[in-house]
Design a binder for this molecule. Structure first.
Ligand SMILES: *Cc1c(COP(=O)(O)O)cnc(C)c1O
Length: 764
């Protein structure tokens, strides 16, 4: 979520009033805003997407809740020490959290472990351990519509009789200390981005949020006029008409067997009826096709923690396979491929398969990604139910990612096309009219320059590094991952460095290369990449021959509040993943909207950015998905590129020989070895096209007017990437609900006379 204060003032239309009031008190609003901690309750794009969706759903007047876990420790704070990443615990609640309200009246029990008893009346899950889920609500205000939705995050609490009832009777002190075991469930966010770690505590977290949330939803349904009762039991027929549950990746996949358990074991619905309602309730969004990211939980672990759910998953699978066998007789391999259970070695549950089978809609997050989902990764499922598969291209909220972070640009746009674009970003196309308007071009360039100066001052104040605000700000910020290819950027930096050294008199377009992002603490290669970037930065930044032509900055602790500072100051946005690996990206959209140009591959939403702005207005380079497939077929040989490209050879040799790590010449041996022998993301294959494309970037940057005109064409084409557009598509195609642009009356308008007044005269 990042910070809340400024976002709240903007969406309530109170920012100017608050700025003024605080100023009258002799304070500075920006300084106060900087005191707030980020709510860092996610890992990167996926969590931030959910945050943008909450803003859009409230702005579109949808009655929607965001559910999650109230982690006591969010994503770690990253420190850089001697060039290495060091993790520090994110104790974000230390000074309290004024935006949340505990709701103990809605606390709910969640069960774990135990065993299943079968009888004539059905299955019973018994002898369980209970953990309580305490909800905390945070308001989610819509933009200027007097609507406030709720984000409800669950915190784990031990019951007061925890460990005091049976086996631990007598050791009271130990029993109290052991309350931590239960409460550890919501202690800390697992810091992996795009990587599955099959730990028991993580599975507990996933079931915890799901079990609490479903009880909350069913309680609300039963309390509504739709949850009618036929003398004994609730009638659930209208449940899917009243409730839609969107699964954000497979992390909440256990919601599917959990809802079946509630319907079949507790509400006593027949299986077929329960399954029909369940399928019509859930929809699943796939966020990645990287095999190492797909959740495959070991059956043994699920059996121990959630024995009844395993039985239900087996039952779902049996019926699913029976159905396929009836359609495709004697196709054993198809049954193996489509099973929810993977055999061979450790038996595992394929959670994506469970989500596809248990949902009425499955979507990818950009056109190209949805195609890959449909035609490659889940090909067999699409053959079975083609109409289930959809695309919903991601988006970002223009409130946080323009109004809040770049007020100068937002105002300039408003001067030209009015303020309505904030709620209808497609109106940005009206800016096309001003592409040749010299005054507008100068004003856009001026806003960018002011943002750059402000960011340079921030870096100087907070990190004591000086950068040249007239150099090109070339920015690559996102989680550190091999597929995102920060290493290719690093090779380009080394190449530029070698060129300057070889011919110091030659014209060079000055650049400040800024790279930032967190490595998962257990991801060795990602941590080596950070160390390498810092080692290269040290050599480049201290070489007198280079001077101010080239500077390399590793931006420490990249997070939402830092993104809000660096993105408006960026000239060049790096979106250089191997084609077919980045599902969508949303960082790419933030940069486009804030007047940066993109250098990127035909991957994720970059493809649609090029489609919207015209490919000639982005710097697109390198292999397409088809080229990557073809190269895989013939066999990728990194050595070939190394042998044929002298500048690549030189850069790689320098890394290998210890040029950037003289005290430990073998430091980057593993990195170089990976690039030659097991680079799944083919860095060398795109190196030449990347470097050539970067030359074109530098050439255009020399012509400030032509550059800014291209920037304007990009901003004018960014309207599609509002998360308002994305949410309208989910609402129409999946949830079947109607957005509303009605501005409901404010709650504090003076009403009739004196009723509703407290003794001191303020409205109750
Ligand atoms: C937008 C955002 C991301 C996602 O960036 P990608 O480039 O799409 O991976 C990650 N982290 C933060 C802090 C963000 O704001």
């Amino acid at each position: 979520m990042g910070r809340t204060l400024q976002n709240t003032m903007i969406n309530l239309g109170l920012q100017n009033a608050c700025d003024e009031a605080v100023y009258q008190l002799g304070l500075d609003m920006e300084e106060l805003e900087e005191i707030e901690e980020d709510a860092g309750l996610g890992n990167g794009g996926l969590g931030r997407l959910a945050a943008c969706f909450l803003d859009s759903m409230a702005t579109l007047g949808l009655a929607a809740y965001g559910y999650g876990i109230r982690y006591e420790y969010g994503i770690f704070n990253q420190k850089i020490r001697d060039g290495w990443q060091v993790e520090e615990a994110d104790d974000w609640l230390r000074h309290g959290n004024p935006w949340e309200k505990a709701r103990p009246e809605y606390m709910l029990p969640v069960h774990f472990y135990g065993r299943v008893e079968h009888s004539a009346t059905g299955a019973k899950w018994v002898d369980t351990q209970v953990v309580l889920a305490l909800p905390y609500d945070t308001p989610v205000p819509g933009y200027m519509n007097n609507t406030v939705n709720t984000m409800r995050l669950w915190s784990a609490r031990a019951p007061n009789d925890f460990n005091l009832r049976d086996f631990n009777v007598g050791d009271y002190i130990q029993a109290v200390l052991d309350r931590n075991l239960a409460e550890n469930i919501s202690r800390v966010l697992y810091p992996n981005d795009n990587f599955f770690e099959g730990k028991e505590l993580r599975l507990k977290q996933e079931y915890f949020v799901v079990a609490a949330t479903l009880q909350d939803i069913i309680r609300r349904f039963k309390a509504s006029k739709f949850g009618s009762t036929d003398s004994v039991r609730t009638v659930f027929d209208s449940f899917p008409d009243q409730v839609a549950i969107q699964l954000n990746d497979t992390h909440p996949a256990m919601a599917i067997p959990e809802l079946m358990r509630i319907f079949v074991d507790i509400e006593k619905l027949p299986w077929n009826k329960a399954w029909d309602i369940t399928k019509r309730t859930f929809a699943y969004t796939n966020h990645t096709v990287l095999p190492e990211a797909l959740e495959r939980w070991p059956v043994d672990l699920v059996e121990k923690l959630l024995p009844r759910h395993l039985q239900i998953i087996y039952e779902i699978n049996q019926r699913h396979l029976d159905h396929i066998a009836s359609l495709f007789p004697n196709d054993v391999d198809r049954l193996r491929r489509m099973s929810l259970i993977e055999e061979g070695g450790t038996k595992r549950i394929n959670m994506a398969h469970l989500c596809i089978v248990g949902s009425h809609a499955v979507n990818g997050v950009a056109k190209i990604h949805s195609e890959i989902v449909k035609t490659q990764v889940f090909e067999d499922f699409a053959a079975l139910e083609p109409e289930k598969f959809q695309n919903k291209t991601n988006g970002i909220t223009p409130r946080r990612w323009l109004l809040l972070c770049n007020p100068g640009l937002a105002e300039l746009i408003a001067e030209k096309i009015g303020e309505d674009y904030v709620r209808d970003l497609s109106q940005l196309t009206k800016l096309h009219e001003f592409v040749d308007d010299d005054l507008f071009i100068r004003e856009v360039a001026k806003v960018k320059q002011e943002n750059k100066v402000k960011f340079a001052l921030y870096l100087e104040k907070e990190y004591k590094v000086k950068i040249n605000p007239s150099s090109m700000f070339d920015v690559h910020v996102k989680r550190i991952h091999e597929y995102k290819r920060q290493l290719m950027n690093c090779l380009h930096i080394i190449t530029m460095y070698n060129r300057i050294r070889r011919d110091p008199a030659k014209v060079f377009v000055p650049r400040t290369v800024i790279i930032g992002g967190k490595a998962a603490p257990g991801y060795h290669m990602a941590k080596m990449i950070i160390k390498l970037i810092n080692a290269v930065a040290h050599v480049v930044n201290n070489d007198p021959v280079v001077g101010s032509k080239l500077k390399v900055i590793f931006l420490e602790n990249y997070r939402v509040s830092l993104a809000e500072k660096v993105i408006p100051a960026t000239d060049l946005s790096e979106q250089i993943s191997t084609a077919g690996t980045e599902a969508s990206g949303t960082g790419n959209m933030k940069f486009m909207l804030n007047g940066a140009l993109t250098i990127g591959t035909m991957d994720g939403a970059n493809v649609e950015m090029a489609e919207e702005a015209g490919e000639e207005n982005l710097f697109i380079f390198g292999m397409r998905v088809e080229d990557v497939t073809e190269l895989d077929r013939e066999g990728y040989n990194a050595q070939k590129y190394y042998d044929q490209l002298p500048e690549l050879k030189r850069a790689v040799d320098q890394i290998k020989s210890g040029f950037f790590s003289p005290k430990d010449p073998d430091l980057f041996k593993d990195v170089v070895d990976m690039l030659f022998h097991h680079d799944r993301f083919k860095v060398f294959a795109d190196y030449e096209a990347y470097v050539k494309c970067q030359e074109k970037v530098s050439e255009l940057y020399l012509n400030s007017k032509a550059w800014t005109k291209m920037v304007i064409r990009n901003i004018a084409a960014a309207g599609k990437f509002s998360s308002d557009r994305t949410i309208k598509e989910y609402a129409r195609d999946i949830w079947h609900v109607e957005p509303s642009d009605l501005k409901i009356p404010p709650p504090n308008e003076p009403r009739d006379a004196v009723e509703d007044k407290t003794p001191n005269g303020t409205a109750a």
